[in-house]
Design a protein around this ligand. Sequence first.
Ligand SMILES: Cc1cc2nc3c(=O)[nH]c(=O)nc-3n(C[C@H](O)[C@H](O)[C@H](O)COP(=O)(O)OP(=O)(O)OC[C@H]3O[C@@H](n4cnc5c(N)ncnc54)[C@H](O)[C@@H]3O)c2cc1C
Length: 432
Amino acid sequence: MKISVIGGGLAGCEAACYLAHRGYDVTVTEMRGVKSTPCHKTDRLAELVCSNSLKAVGEDTASGMLKAEIDRLGGTLLALARKAAVPAGGALAVDREKFSLLVEEELQRLGVKVVREEAESLPKEGITIVACGPMVSDKMAECLAQKCGAGLHFYDAVAPIVSAASVDMNSAFFAARYDKGEADYLNCPMNREEYSAFREALLGAEKAVLHDFEKGDVFEGCMPIEVLAARGEDAMRYGPLRPVGLRLADGSRPYAVLQLRKENLAGDAYNLVGFQTNLKFSEQKRVFSLIPALREAEFLRYGIMHRNTYLNAPACLNADFSLKSDPNVFIVGQLSGVEGYVESMASGLIGAINAARRAKGEEPFIAPPTTICGALSRHLTAAASNFQPMNANFGILPPLEGGKIKDKKMRKRAYTLRGMHDLEEACAAAGL
Ligand SMILES: Cc1cc2nc3c(=O)[nH]c(=O)nc-3n(C[C@H](O)[C@H](O)[C@H](O)COP(=O)(O)OP(=O)(O)OC[C@H]3O[C@@H](n4cnc5c(N)ncnc54)[C@H](O)[C@@H]3O)c2cc1C
């Protein structure tokens, strides 16, 4: 049976792999190659647009719990990400080029057809999974608006990348916070004066364009560094520039520290962690070069900011990610109202599971509310007047039965244990 996937990003590729593994005849339509988006840099499938981190892996983290759920449900992309991993302490970070290559090889191996064109409308027949992401093309956005009402949006930002060779190693040092795990991060310390001068320059720097995000329309989890800096003298020191758990060579604690994370396996490029920005490119070079270790930094990619579109999911989506107005159409990924790389993969996977179930005439599979997948589905479909995209976090899970566990780590593990137990039961009941 044929199933069409529109959009060859994280959600679309995850969905395509799941369905092709199970014998469906899958076509992925991807416009990059003939038409790009404001944030993608290549025509590769499953391109990561910003950070190369797929976040934490520990079972006492919400992202770790979501990863365990994806593994149980038969996801493919995380397994490929592990093969493309670069060292990143307790996080799963990847060499983005290798990751894309592995995904493309897997799709080819599974016999998935990839068509390079902009889909301007939905197929009239059959089952379709729409995974066009936050930078959905205008024509497809229009088509979806006609089917389910106008899309919503916020503004999102990308962090710059510098070449490793250009980092001044006399002013930088490798270390893991609290010496936990391998020393994977390259730390760029600042003293009080350097920090103040940097913040002042940041606040006075010229922005690329003045958009609505100036009015506060930004996603908290991906806030531009200049917006954070404006929140107060120490806001950055409690955020991406926090110095806790790091020591200088003389044993003292630095005043503020920017961490750089490896971009690729070769280790010749580094991402400025938490430094997503909307400054003009020339201003990024001027202001970020005030950080001593970046004095001579060569910028391989500058940060950018742009519109991030998503549907008003409570009004138009069912909990299985199908459209209320047309249950043969599934909307997955960021466009559906989840936020994040791994969350997008998860929704692609659940959408594919349900597309397959619909094709076979089976009941939808809705993950239990005690799982991150299930809680995200609930968030998407619960009526909210001001619907906002959601990422994996423990706050969306129902409270633990039997009262609160005081120890934070134990409490988080208890969420994971409960969720995985419930997921196992739900999968057994659904024959998954
Ligand atoms: C600027 C920015 C920075 C982000 N940074 C992070 C981050 O650091 N960490 C994180 O976890 N999440 C981040 N996100 C959030 C989000 O997780 C990613 O955008 C993620 O890639 C979404 O996955 P997706 O599969 O939904 O969309 P995408 O990965 O964007 O894939 C969608 C695909 O659909 C294609 N497409 C669009 N329209 C059409 C059409 N009409 N026909 C055919 N193809 C089409 C696009 O070319 C694209 O390849 C960021 C988002 C943005 C916008």
